[in-house]
Design a protein around this ligand. Structure first.
Ligand code: BEZ
Ligand code: FE
Length: 282
């Protein structure tokens, strides 16, 4: 039967055209997307003007992207979509460290540093000793784990946001654990900072009455043979933005202690253990 487009059942008319799709997962994803997209327009009775505004917004969001800037992921982040995809794909067993959003500021192949080294190269900020262990689900140390860390500097910027201003690899480094699974390094106590808000996503946040700030955090990417990779942060307890992170990345289990160190060269100490999930446990 020939099926012409009508408002009623519009999604079925569109999805019926996918019968020739030979990739079953693609067909499933697209059929669901069409179903929800059509339901969205019907639910809110989308006007032509609003449709044009949406198209203009998405066009500007795409156009501002470059090798250095990913505004589409930023849009996904501020809509909580990145965290939802992360949650769906990281259902780890109880006891494993929770994951959170990766963010755009990781740089692959950071220098491998010696245990105890400082990653703060610009001399700014309040120094902090980070220490702990990388463990398996039974509390046994993991040898040969790579603890890749990165944070903003005391002015709230990552080195890649200020080339020529900050030293290359400022507040970044990789540390390899030994038999005891332990890591320790010196960084700074990070500060809260706004996500890039000078583009369409920033304008949208402003129109929605939302601020662009993330609570202060240290990023971690931890890998070890035989274990799932862990992408996470530790957050500075007491930060003013913990309950309103612009990208919804905070989990209570990731709020770390930052304790003052009396009479030591470093001002703060942040102890935190990471627990990885073995490959065969999920
Ligand atoms: C970050 O923490 O580096 C980040 C995460 C999501 C969007 C922007 C920045
Ligand atoms: Fe960050």
């Amino acid at each position: 039967m020939i099926r012409y487009f009508t408002e009623d059942g519009s999604e079925d008319t569109v999805n019926a055209r996918m019968e020739g799709c030979t990739d079953p997962r693609l067909a499933e994803v697209m059929a669901s997307l069409v179903k929800h997209l059509h339901a969205f327009a019907k639910e809110i009775q989308l006007t032509q003007q609003e449709w044009e505004t949406g198209i203009d917004f998405l066009t500007r969001t795409g156009k501002i992207c470059s090798d250095e800037r990913q505004e589409v992921i930023l849009l996904s982040d501020v809509l909580g979509f990145s965290m939802l995809v992360d949650a769906i794909n990281n259902r780890h067993p109880a006891g494993a460290t929770e994951s959170t959003v990766f963010g755009p500021f990781h740089v692959a192949d950071a220098p491998i540093r010696s245990m105890g080294d400082s990653i703060s190269l610009d001399g700014k900020g309040e120094s902090c000793l980070y220490s702990g262990k990388v463990l398996d689900l039974h509390g046994e140390p993991i040898e040969g784990a790579c603890v890749d860390v990165w944070s903003d500097n005391a002015d709230g910027f990552y080195d890649v946001q200020q080339p020529g201003v900050q030293p290359k690899w400022n507040n970044r480094g990789r540390f390899l654990t030994g038999k005891d699974g332990a890591y320790h390094f010196v960084g700074i106590k990070p500060v809260s900072y706004p996500i890039p808000d000078d583009g369409p996503v920033g304008q949208m946040l402003e129109q929605l009455g939302r601020h662009p700030y993330r609570p202060a955090h240290m990023h971690y990417l931890i890998t070890a043979p035989g274990f799932h990779k862990l992408v996470t942060h530790t957050f500075v307890g007491g930060d003013a933005y913990l309950q309103s992170d612009a990208v919804f990345g905070v989990k209570s289990s990731l709020i770390a202690p930052f304790e003052p160190l009396q009479g030591a060269a470093t001002k703060w100490h942040s102890p935190f253990n990471f627990v990885l999930t073995p490959m065969d446990a999920r």
